[in-house]
Design a protein around this ligand. Structure first.
Ligand code: UD2
Length: 320
């Protein structure tokens, strides 16, 4: 069976590299686009040895990304668009760059994809599109222009998701807090799971911003990859057995949440180095509770996250 080629933008990142590896393992040719030079794309060490993989070092805001990618391996039918400014704090200081990267470039790539008659276009949406909406669990329709005042990041993701919805072509998966191996722990704004694990493995103290009662819906990266494959129509939906690309907006989370305090305690217990858990002032703009209503994606496809939180944590700790 012929496998159509895929484009993965942001392929050298945390989620993009896992998605790339899975597509290659299933025999799909992949053109990976990323702004990182090849020698800094450490997450792709497996992919680089694969003859099905083509790497294109490219800023996503440059023109005709799809045309350049197609020149490397012919007709591209599946587009996974993950390249983005990913840090909320950075977006506050660079609102224009954030909009250009996360919205304008998405619009341009989407237009190219529509013209080329692509089979599936998957956009990486975000829980940030809900701002600090206190209504839990968060339903897709809650995100509106009024919810996205928090950050240029949230605004740019919201506008791109709306583009998927309003054009009738393309799908936005709104991810909640993703964690797992390859998540970069090195910046002050890195995900809390990767930060806590690195600190605990090094025997350092963990710092909770606020009282630790804040909760998040943490989803393990392999579940996220599976959600992509189902939404693209590469893998059949568990409930129907039919493989077909989706359009519209879907939350992707577990539907459960745990507190940052519980997370810190579990990490310390599982790493066994006796780190202390300290408390500091809350982070500016932090939201308190976040949890996905996962019923829309679940009722369309039967998708459910399958990796229990504790197991995801163990796998991530083993990887460090
Ligand atoms: C996540 C996303 C972000 C955006 C946002 C939308 C990640 C890494 N970031 O931000 O891109 O989509 O959701 O709402 O997934 N914390 C500590 N100590 C630390 C680090 C963090 O207590 O050393 C707390 C932090 O104050 C927050 C919680 O842990 O209450 C989660 O922080 P995060 O940066 O992992 O993710 P979040 O939800 O702020």
């Amino acid at each position: 069976q012929t496998r159509h080629a895929c484009l993965v933008t942001g392929c050298a990142g945390f989620v993009g590299s896992h998605l790339t590896d899975s597509l290659l393992a299933m025999g799909y040719p992949v053109v990976g686009v990323d702004i990182r030079p090849r020698n800094e794309a450490h997450n792709l060490s497996g992919a680089f040895g694969n003859p099905l993989f083509h790497y294109l070092e490219r800023d996503i805001t440059h023109h005709e990304v799809l045309a350049s990618a197609s020149a490397l391996c012919g007709d591209i039918r599946y587009i996974f668009h993950l390249a983005a400014v990913v840090m909320v704090a950075f977006s506050m200081e660079h609102p224009e760059l954030t909009m250009a990267t996360n919205y304008t470039a998405t619009k341009a790539l989407h237009e190219e994809a529509v013209q080329a008659g692509a089979k599936a276009f998957l956009f990486a949406g975000s829980a940030a599109e809900y701002g600090d909406d206190p209504r839990l669990p968060l339903k897709e329709e809650y995100a509106t222009d009024a919810t996205i005042h928090n950050s240029p990041y949230g605004r740019s993701k919201y506008l791109s998701s709306s583009l998927m919805q309003n054009s009738g072509v393309g799908c936005s998966l709104r991810f909640f807090n993703i964690f797992g191996p390859r998540q970069d722990p090195s910046s002050p704004y890195s995900g809390v799971v990767s930060k806590f694990i690195t600190q605990a493995v090094d025997g350092k103290d963990l710092t909770i911003f606020g009282d630790g009662g804040q909760t998040r819906d943490f989803i393990y990266v392999s579940d996220v990859v599976q959600s992509y494959l189902i939404a693209a129509g590469i893998v059949p939906a568990p409930s129907t057995g039919v493989a077909a690309p989706l359009s519209g907006i879907y939350n992707v989370g577990t539907g459960n949440s745990i507190s940052v305090r519980e997370l810190a305690d579990q990490v310390v217990a599982n790493t066994g180095k006796g780190s202390n858990v300290l408390f500091a002032t809350p982070r500016a703009g932090d939201i308190y509770h976040s949890r996905a209503d996962v019923s829309r994606f679940n009722s369309c496809t039967g998708f459910q996250a399958v990796v229990p939180f504790a197991e995801g944590l163990d796998r991530t700790i083993s990887w460090m």
